[in-house]
Design a protein around this ligand. Structure first.
Ligand SMILES: [Zn+2]
Length: 250
């Protein structure tokens, strides 16, 4: 699998090629996702590896407590809960009038993340993940967690492609890479099984919120049309966002 940095891609590269090249998963990500879902025992890795892997498991876990840096031991520890740690209410369908369906799932999986620093370093060098609490197994499967929420890596990629003004449907197809077995396998290993065009729209809206003043590159679409499509979708859906961009900044 070629590893191409996104900054090196020419602006006019087709979205289908671009997204494939950009889904730059770290080695053995399927195995790591499983290990970081199960958290059966302690997991030790470099800070860089953790930074590379976390975006692929961010849909499993949520940080609940941020520990203070301990200057004596040069460590810091955070507490993470399974994202399904409380009883979840979900809505079905697009209409806000749909009544939420309360599901009885609640998961007690937790871990502590230890960060180990060297003197005078701003970033840790290593981390260790240690199971925490009484629960030793998730109440949901990995597949269910992938279905509830998409991981950060896929969402960031979709957001970046939206920024380049490719069509949402084109981005979805490119990221899913159905016609390219190797790329599709990588996409699935990244937990993308339930990735839809809705995620592309969400990612685009999120990206725009975080980068309100950024100029766009590689535009080969009718910009206003694309953002109108997005606005239309948002208005029909549950998200609310200030789309003042339609009037001025593009
Ligand atoms: Zn769980």
């Amino acid at each position: 699998m070629p590893r191409v940095q996104k900054s090196k891609l020419p602006d006019n590269i087709p979205a289908s090629t671009a997204a494939h090249l950009l889904l730059n998963t770290p080695p053995d990500i399927a195995e790591w996702r499983k290990a970081l879902y199960e958290v059966i025992g302690e997991l030790d890795m470099t800070w860089e590896d953790w930074q590379a892997r976390w975006p692929y498991v961010s849909n499993f876990w949520s940080r609940q407590e941020t520990g203070r840096f301990d200057a004596k031991t040069l460590t810091r520890k955070d507490l993470y809960y399974c994202r399904r740690w409380r009883i979840q209410a979900e809505t079905k369908g697009k209409s806000v009038r749909d009544k939420p369906i309360t599901k009885g799932t609640r998961c007690g999986m937790r871990f502590k993340l230890y960060e180990f620093y060297e003197p005078d370093c701003a970033l840790p060098t290593r981390i260790k993940i240690v199971p925490y609490g009484d629960c030793s197994e998730h109440a949901e499967t990995m597949e269910q967690l992938d279905k509830f929420k998409r991981c950060e890596a896929l969402m960031k990629l979709a957001g970046t492609e939206m920024q380049k003004r490719y069509k949402p449907s084109e981005i979805k197809d490119a990221i899913r890479s159905n016609s390219n077995p190797a790329a599709h396998a990588e996409f699935k290993a990244a937990g993308g099984q339930f990735f839809t065009i809705k995620d592309v729209h969400n990612a685009g809206a999120e990206w725009k919120k975080k980068n309100p003043n950024t100029s766009f590159i590689g535009a080969n679409l009718d910009e206003e049309r694309q953002w109108l499509d997005l606005a239309e979708w948002l208005n029909a859906g549950k998200l609310s966002i200030q789309l003042s961009i339609l009037g001025n900044s593009i």
